[in-house]
Structure formats: structure tokens, C-alpha cells
Ligand binder design. Sequence first.
Ligand SMILES: [Zn+2]
Length: 240
Amino acid sequence: MTTVLWHGGWRSMMGFSVLPALGEVLFPRLCEACGSRLNAGDVALCAVCQSRLPFRACIDTGFDEDVECERLPRRVMAVFTYVHGGMLHKLVAKVKHGGRRDLARSLGRLAAVEAGRAGAFDGVDVIVPVPLDPAKLRRRGYNQAFEMAMGVSQHTGIPVADVLARAGGGDSQKSKRAGERERNVKGAFAIVDASSCAGRHVLIVDDVMTTGATLAECAALLSGCAASVSVLAVARTAVV
Ligand SMILES: [Zn+2]
């Protein structure tokens, strides 16, 4: 009897049914926002924190007046609201300054679930992340917009292509006002892989949209080769 039990236990360990569960016991996954234990299937956040994520989901350009609506494509979606000091601010800080590449992907997946319900991926052929400034890329080791795009891709099955690159110039947009931001990104990007977007419906993905100047510049550039362009920002700063 003992032999049979041992044999069964050993087999189930080899059959991967015990090891992941053991891993959960030894290294439980914790909610990135509140630190409570995650259930199987939870992505980065527990059910309570997920339900508290400030959902925004706009899918048109009827934005607030500080967004350069006329320069953005017709289909724009910003999924969550980014409030200074709020939950999303803390999560994005972990991504940008805490080396949490995995969390960037998780946020992309969470955004994709909500955006998908609103039809943000209908007809989309390829996902194009907004490229990161090379100096920041070296410092951080990854582009958070690319990682979020990969998270969107994991949920939707739509491929990601690095079609855009920084063309030089363009300081950080942080601490710049709307007009300055628009001038600052003029000519800041270049298409480096036209074949991946030619004739296709391109979805540009970025982490946090503020005035929309960066996304508008990328969209204007891509509309020269893509059949159509739409935009998905994981979050949009709250208008104060
Ligand atoms: Zn939580």
C-alpha cells in the first residue's frame, strides 16, 4: 500500500501536477497592488484590485480639450485612467523604475481584455509599439510600450512589429506642456520596417497617453504606409 502511494505521488510529481502547486506554496504570487495572495488565473492583480482599476475605455476622439484630437486617428482607445499617486501610477513606476518587464506585459494583457470587449482589435493586422528613447532603453533594458504590446499580443494573437524607431531629437515629454510636446515630437520618429505595416491596419500601442502628441506623431507617420491606423494607450492621465 505504501509503495503504491509513493509510486502515485512520484508519478504525479513527474507529471507536473504537483510541482507548480508546490511552487505556489513556496513562492506564492502576490497582488502587485495590495500584496494579497493571487488565485490561479489572476494576472498581476487580485480580483478586488482589478475591479478597482480605474477603467476609462474611450474609443473615439471625443477627448478632453488638451488632447490634440484633430491630429489623432479616428479610433483611439485609452483603457485605464492614470492618476498621480493612484494604483496605476504605482504599477507603472514598478515597470519604469523597478525593472518589472513582466508587469508591463501583465498590464498589456489586462488592458487588452477590456479593450477587446469594446472592439479595439477589430480588423487589426499588426501591433506597433511606440519606440523608447535610446538612452532610456539602455538604462531600463527594455521598452515598456513594447512589453505592453507583447501583452496585448498574448491576449489577441495579433503579431507585434517594431516598425518605428526614434529618429533622434525629441527630449523627454515629461514636464512639457501641450504645445511644447507637439513641437518636441515633430520628426522624432522614423519608419524602419515599412513592409510590416504596408497596406495593413496598424494598432499603435503606448503605455500612458498625456496630450496624445507622441501618439499623433506616430499615427501621422504610419498613415503614410498603413491602410489604416488606430491607437491604444494602456492608460490616459486624468484631466485635472
Ligand atoms: Zn490586490
